[in-house]
Write a protein that binds this ligand. Structure first.
Ligand SMILES: Cc1ncc(COP(=O)(O)O)c(C=O)c1O
Length: 307
């Protein structure tokens, strides 16, 4: 994401719009190029950037918008793309959690927009390496060339440097592992989709539990439920007692992070993101889960919620 922002010439004095409910890396990239993050609250059902709030956040300094396809579900790219077009903004999609996901309005994969899509191969991702790695997509050959140079110490030719860049190459060993795993990706995504459907069926109508919206082309990097009424941490502990490990993505909204104190944003600025940090719980999700595993999780969660 740093490479993408740098390739687009985004830097000091510029603003980049993103969301307060994401992994810190999204805003970190904006800070690292010297620009200022501007946050727009998310939708409670998709957890993604609320396109209806986007226009109000645009200023003459806005250079780009960075929607995040959180948990494997694509953001509302038709609307976000149209607004970006109208206001002359670049679009950098944070596809870290959404390898293989489809835009809700088309059969196209996330990251196939005009500017940049940024993917992560961190081991927990749907296509994970055995260490760190990432990939950038763009439809623009000039932008692609700029990224290639920036990732290689700003050098178009060995020992000739036209920009101050980075050592940001994909490690050859990781690439070899990813090439072996890639042909299996669609199968694994299909298994995740089947697991999500099964969770949704098993957990229907549990009081106090809000299930994630299905959504076309969702690749379910995470299956995240909402537990309403300040019970989330207790429910998580009770599941853990039964040996069921869940994770809270994310317990702190971006605007509450100490590293973002300069934004001067406090409680109440983004009520949906703030509520989600209190309510979300990611259930076990990986392709190898058996139906028995899912029934165990669902039964335990149902019992805990009803107790
Ligand atoms: C939404 C999001 N953006 C960015 C990143 C950063 O990716 P990486 O860990 O590969 O740097 C991650 C994952 O870790 C993420 O979940």
């Amino acid at each position: 994401m740093v490479l993408a922002l740098r390739a687009l010439g985004v830097g000091p004095g510029d603003e980049v719009i993103t969301v307060p409910f994401t992994f810190f890396a999204t805003v970190e990239a904006i800070y690292l190029v010297g620009a200022r993050p501007v946050l727009v609250d998310v939708e409670p059902d998709t957890f993604n950037l609320n396109p209806e709030r986007l226009v109000a956040a645009i200023t003459p300094r806005t250079k780009a918008v960075m929607p995040v396809h959180l948990f494997g579900r694509a953001a509302a790219m038709a609307t976000i793309g149209a607004i970006a077009d109208k206001y002359g903004l670049f679009v950098i999609e944070d596809c870290a959690q959404a390898t293989g996901a489809l835009y809700p309005h088309s059969l196209q994969k996330v990251g196939s927009g005009p500017h940049f899509g940024c993917f992560s191969f961190y081991p927990t991702k749907n296509l994970g390496a055995c260490g760190d790695g990432g990939l950038i997509t763009t439809a623009d050959p000039d932008l692609a060339q700029r990224v290639r140079e920036l990732r290689e110490h700003g050098s178009p030719r060995r020992y000739h440097h036209t920009a101050v860049g980075y050592n940001s190459r994909l490690d050859a060993l990781q690439a070899a592992i990813l090439r072996i795993k890639l042909p299996h990706l669609d199968t694994w995504i299909g298994q995740r989709q089947a697991i999500a459907r099964r969770y949704t069926a098993l957990l229907a109508e549990v009081p106090g539990l809000i299930l994630p919206a299905e959504g076309f082309g969702h690749t379910w990097n995470q299956y995240v439920v909402r537990i309403v009424g300040d019970r989330r941490d207790g429910v998580q502990a009770a599941l853990q007692e039964q040996g069921i490990r869940t994770i809270v993505y994310y317990p702190v909204p971006i605007h509450f992070q100490a590293a973002c104190a300069d934004l001067g944003l406090g409680p109440g600025c983004f009520p949906i993101a703030e509520a989600l940090t209190r309510e979300v719980l990611a259930l076990p999700m990986f392709p190898e889960l058996t139906d028995g595993d899912l029934q165990t999780v669902a039964t335990a969660l149902r019992q805990i919620m009803q107790s």
